[in-house]
Design a protein around this ligand. Sequence first.
Ligand code: 4AD
Ligand code: MG
Length: 462
Amino acid sequence: MKRIKVKSLLSKPLLGSEVLVKGWVRTKRGNKNILFIALNDGSTINNIQIVVEAASFDENLLKDISTGACIAVTGKLVESQGQGQNIEISASSIELYGKSDAETYPLQKKGHSMEFLRENAHLRFRTNTFGAVFRIRHAMAFAIHNYFNDKGFFYLHTPIITGSDCEGAGEMFHVTTMDLKNMPHNEDGSVDYNNDFFGKETNLTVSGQLEGELGALSLGDIYTFGPTFRAENSNTPRHLAEFWMIEPEMAFYDLKDNMDLAEDFVKYLIRYALENCREDLEFLNSMIDKALLDRLKFVVENEFVRITYTEAVSILLASGRKWEYMVGWGRDLQAEHERYLVEEHFKRPVILTDYPKEIKAFYMKQNDDGKTVRAMDVLFPGIGEIIGGSQREEQYDKLLNRIKELKLQEKDFWWYLDTRKFGSAPHSGFGLGFERLILFVTGMSNIRDVIPFPRTPKNAEF
Ligand code: 4AD
Ligand code: MG
């Protein structure tokens, strides 16, 4: 007989039919005559109840079926006599695939702390919460490809190993095959990379944007969706050293077009979750964050506020607040400032534009005032910055000047500069932090709990 997934079984139950289900035991209860097993196979948050007449089965087999064990069950699908479920399987045969030692299985009881589950990340998928989170994570990845495919964007695979630092922040993990105990040096004391694997200094990418721009300037509209790496020592609930980013890049878009796309894109994703991940969201709404569903609906239904950085600074200065970090024109905004604007002042998502050029990356289009650039950050309640993007500097001279001013290595960017020499075009793009999106959509509070195996300072287990 062919195995059926619990999700399909529950969606159109054929009462009276023989079925084969396979999954992991969540709980077993009952008495010496009859047992009730709650079985979960990961396809849905819902378990299927297995009813076992003890007299028809080997006593030792039944003893071995404990929480965490993996079994295959054949039986008849019947209307449930008990409360809490409509249907159940009356078991005719059970095969035990894998026992689970009752003494040492870590997920015995309910209500483990998030920290404990993080230490048991190899098993935490088997909890209701993490099952829901990772099903939603999948749905969001699928919806992202759907959205861009429908709009005629091309999925571009940008390299993971690069020789450049897109954000210019120097927060890179080096990639080398050289012997760290015995590095060759140049006469001036710097490391000689000539004999390294790539014959030059390389690192894991912090962003696929620069290569994405090359694609946009011939394919028109592209997006990347891949892992990015930042060696920033930020131990916060919103930072990972390895995270996934979606970076659309569009020829002929100005900053307004860029903002319109960003707003439409995240609203589409949230709407998709509301329509396609209902049961998981309802579970998270009841167990993790009671305001989750209302917040998701609110964001979909309301326009984002759009103001400049300069206006935001005035609002913060006029707020009468005592800030931990000082507010002043030219200073970068901190999480406390972003959250004040979003959660207290405007009470909705905010897009801030036109930041001082000193606090933004070299590639952003310079405004005529000589002080600001066409940057945009999308700020979300509970999260802060979820998207960062800009219109790009498309003029060769201005771009080269900025590279020089910032003392970046001009030779590392020859191919990037070439696009501004040969058929340059106005263009824009942005990066959405995938895990920050998942944080928002699931209501989880720590970014370590929305990626299967988080990488953070001093932590690379699993
Ligand atoms: O603002 P960022 O640094 O922008 C870029 O990398 C641009 N190259 C994007 C572009 O224009 N194509 O990063 C973009 C987003 C942030 O808004 C945030 O959501 C996420 O990436 N992000 C992180 N997420 C988790 N952990 C980190 N350490 C992150 N750093 C950035
Ligand atoms: Mg940013």
